[in-house]
Ligand binder design. Structure first.
Ligand code: SF4
Length: 323
């Protein structure tokens, strides 16, 4: 068996909350609470859940943009969580991120050429000025922009074009893993589809591996090989995209799927309305975090936390009733 490109093992991130005149730690936000998964090269894992479920924090901890509280991240057999600054800087070329808001993440005072070319300079990837220019043009054309746009500024582009600039910037260092952190969430549905198609083409061309984070199951359906559903810092279900969309096991996944638009108007899907809001990650409910909203909850659910168990080949679920 080949080793996965990325292995995340019991990742935890708790953000301390300080208070009082002495600024002591009085509580903590349980953003990520023991997340584990593997991702093979050239594959896409979609990570889905409501806002505050810990999916973006998980992505950022993997890249060490945020320091995890505990747990391990392994990339190509190397322990990323144990790396010092120098080793991490070398690793940064292999792991890139595309953010949700491309406008906020693009320096408004830099031209598009300078934004895309910045990493080429930092990592000394081109030797001459003409090589540098040629590479920028190549990157812009790869993402569907043109050479004559390199002297323009981010505000002169539409949201979809700005996301293409963000993608070109990530591609500049020829990464192996790209974390797409809500990369299409802010775009109109038709533009979303164009950017997802572009990401799929780039994956084929460069054998990219994606961790594709979104709050909506419909967004990740076509791009994902596997999908993980998160709730309050934990993975509650993970399976191949086909299994997850056709035979979901966790009541939370069922509720998310029931909210997805059905393309055929003849098909009717019964909407499962969840009661209440997502509880605070400062004091997540005991036992199964989902028990306060679960239509199937029993007494034991509020006491015992269900472990993530394999139900069938590659299909894992954390629910007392569904294994
Ligand atoms: Fe619902 Fe209980 Fe299953 Fe949690 S463990 S999802 S509360 S049935």
């Amino acid at each position: 068996m080949t080793e996965p490109l990325l292995k995340v093992d019991q990742l935890v991130k708790h953000f301390p909350i300080t208070g009082g005149v002495l600024g002591r730690v009085v509580d903590k936000v349980h953003a990520v609470d023991g997340v584990s998964f593997e991702l093979d090269a050239g594959q896409t894992l979609g990570v889905v859940g409501e806002s505050g479920c810990g999916k973006s924090t998980t992505g950022r901890c993997i890249l060490r943009l945020i320091e995890p509280t505990s747990g391990e991240v392994w990339f190509e057999g190397k322990n990323v969580t144990a790396m010092g600054k120098t080793e991490l800087r070398g690793m940064a070329r292999d792991m890139q991120i595309i953010f949700q808001d491309p406008y906020a993440s693009l320096n408004p005072r830099m031209t598009v050429g300078a934004i895309v070319g910045e990493a080429l300079i930092i990592h000394k990837l081109t030797k001459t000025a003409s090589q540098y220019q040629d590479r920028i043009v190549e990157l812009l054309e790869t993402v569907g922009l043109s050479a004559d746009q390199m002297r323009r500024y981010p505000h002169e582009f539409s949201g979809g074009q700005r996301q293409r600039i963000g993608i070109a910037r990530a591609l500049a260092v020829s990464p192996k893993l790209v974390v797409c952190d809500e990369a299409v969430s802010a775009l109109d549905v038709s533009i979303q589809a164009q950017v997802i198609n572009l990401l799929e083409d780039l994956q084929d061309k460069f054998n990219l591996t994606y961790l594709f984070i979104a709050h909506d199951l419909s967004v990740v359906e076509h791009i994902s090989d596997r999908v993980a559903v998160m709730y309050l810092g934990r993975i509650v279900e993970i399976a191949s995209a086909r299994d997850l969309y056709t035979t979901p096991l966790h009541p939370y996944t069922e509720a998310l799927l029931s909210a997805m638009p059905v393309p055929d108007p003849q098909l009717k899907r019964k909407r499962i309305m969840l009661q209440g809001d997502v509880p605070s990650p400062i004091k997540p409910p005991p036992g199964c975090h989902f028990h306060t909203r679960c239509p199937l909850a029993r007494k034991e659910c509020s006491v015992e936390s269900p472990p993530l168990k394999q139900s069938s080949e590659g299909h894992w679920v954390a629910c007392h009733l569904r294994t």
